[in-house]
Ligand binder design. Structure first.
Ligand code: UD1
Ligand code: CA
Length: 462
């Protein structure tokens, strides 16, 4: 397919979104509309042969998807779909071969459908263009397709269609495969539509035909793939469709999803087989879940790596962290950026971890905050332990050696170190290094006054 290039039309503002943000930057399936389209295009052409035509908020679009390595071409004024393609005329990567044209607001379109379009175009052989058509019960807003001898003779835009023409159910999806050589001179010859003043890409069909060149139809079996987004109701619908598609793909690949209609999984998340995803879970961003894991109800994982056999108990929020194999976190855990929970380690309820490494087999089971900490293997962090990592100006590290035991309700004032095998007595405030194998007591000694409570009850003075 190295003769294929792709032009993505994405210059429109999308007025009906009623948004500050250009339409193609709105998210479905966890990513901007245009990213889905670019990734589908990347299945038929390398990024250096893909151009996005941008206009409204072109800088923002470039910032958002520029890392994918495609070209951007500015269309200053939105003078129609034909004009949008025409601004790409002088780009050398579109000068020869096949030029596929598609819209930036159709995120359901699969790469394999684009491949099938190019394959059909090659198969037909004699056509200067192949146009993707769909048959819909409700054709509103689409250009109607008129065939002759099995080829497309013309496309009539809804606004120009007669009542009879409007009855046609075969419609223009807006996706085309053109031969580059006839495309550019013919496109340049199209006159603006007299009613709207726009240059319509759909006029290519008749323009080619006038020169004896053919446009072949390619009817896709699943019309829902070509659905475009015009407003936020459609945005939500398409988002739901992408998530359903994602859940189905994962279930087919061996993942159990409880009540999939309640689960929200972003398009590029990976989940290994025999993992169980419970009701109401969200898996976001670039999350990679291993096999044999369990993700508990209503947990949210964003950009998380979860090793094989790891468990996230319900109602946990984990972001930009790594939970290694056989480790467990939650319920009600908050695991923040830069955390590594090493294999077999356990984080329990109401525990917050930030930029912390919890060593193999270590435990922090209850009501704890560990920030900027490095904790060795097989350490026990008692309930209510707090690392005081912030002095009001700077963050400071806490180091806890392997095998150490930190008693409940300890306060570790960073920077501070607890040596390997050391023991911190419950309720201590630790401000200085605790040497290896030592016991540190950082609290006042208990005083007992015999009979004091009884005397008080009986109203006697001390
Ligand atoms: C277009 C087709 C119609 C087809 C329908 C399918 C034409 C004239 N009509 O109509 O036959 O059934 O798509 O959805 O082509 N764009 C630009 N620059 C412009 C104009 C548009 O980049 O100057 C982009 C828009 O951002 C959008 C896409 O092209 O993503 C389609 O434009 P739109 O105006 O929505 O076309 P339709 O009227 O829907
Ligand atoms: Ca449209």
């Amino acid at each position: 397919m190295d003769d294929v290039s792709v032009i993505i039309l994405a210059a429109g503002y999308g007025t009906r979104m009623k948004s500050k943000l250009a339409k193609v930057l709105h998210h479905v399936g966890g990513a901007p509309l245009i990213e889905h389209v670019i990734r589908a295009a990347m299945e038929i052409a390398p990024p250096e042969r893909i151009t996005a035509v941008v206009g409204h908020q072109s800088e923002k679009v470039r910032e958002t998807v520029g890392h994918l390595g495609i070209h951007f071409q500015i269309q200053e004024e939105q003078l129609g779909t034909g004009h949008a393609v025409l601004v790409c005329r002088d780009l050398p990567h579109h000068a020869t071969g096949k030029v596929v044209v598609m819209y930036g607001d159709c995120p359901l379109l699969r790469g394999e459908t684009l491949s099938a379009l190019v394959a059909r175009h090659r198969e037909v052989g004699v056509a200067a263009a192949t146009l993707v058509t769909v048959t819909l019960e409700n054709p509103r807003g689409y250009g109607r397709i008129f065939r002759e001898d099995g080829f497309v003779a013309r496309v009539v835009e809804e606004k120009a269609a007669t009542a009879e023409e409007k009855l046609v159910r075969e419609l223009n999806s807006g996706i085309y495969c053109f031969e580059a050589e006839p495309l550019w001179p013919h496109l340049a010859s199209i006159k603006p539509n007299p009613a709207s003043g726009e240059i319509y890409l759909t006029d290519m069909v008749e323009t080619l035909r006038a020169s004896g060149l053919k446009t072949a139809p390619f009817e896709v079996p699943d019309p829902s793939e070509t659905v475009g987004i015009n407003n936020r109701v459609e945005l939500a619908e398409v988002d739901g469709m992408l998530r359903k598609r994602k859940a189905n793909a994962l279930m087919t690949a061996g993942v159990t999803i409880e009540r999939p209609e309640t689960v929200s999984i972003d398009t590029w998340v990976e989940v290994g087989p025999d993992t169980i995803v419970e009701t109401g879970v969200q898996l976001r961003g670039r999350t990679v879940v291993g096999s044999d894991c369990r993700v508990g109800s209503h947990s949210i994982l964003e950009d998380v790596i979860l090793g094989g056999g790891a468990v996230v108990h319900p109602f946990s929020f984990v972001r930009a962290a790594t939970i290694e194999s056989e480790a467990s976190v939650g319920p009600f855990a908050r695991i923040r950026a830069g955390v590594v929970v090493e294999s077999g380690a356990q984080v329990g309820n109401f525990v917050e971890l930030k930029k912390t490494r919890l060593g193999k087999g270590s435990k922090a089971m209850h009501l704890t905050y560990l920030g900027d900490s490095t904790i060795g293997e097989n350490v026990n962090i008692g309930a209510g332990t707090i690392t005081c990592n912030y002095d009001g100006k700077k963050k400071h590290p806490t180091l806890i050696g392997a095998g150490a035991f930190v008693g409940s309700h300890s306060t570790l004032v960073a920077p501070v170190e607890v040596g390997e095998g050391a023991y911190v007595a419950a309720g201590s405030v630790i401000t200085e290094k605790v040497p290896e194998d030592a016991l540190a007591l950082g609290r006042s000694r208990q005083t007992v006054k015999d009979g004091w409570a009884k005397r008080r009850r009986e109203g006697r003075k001390e």
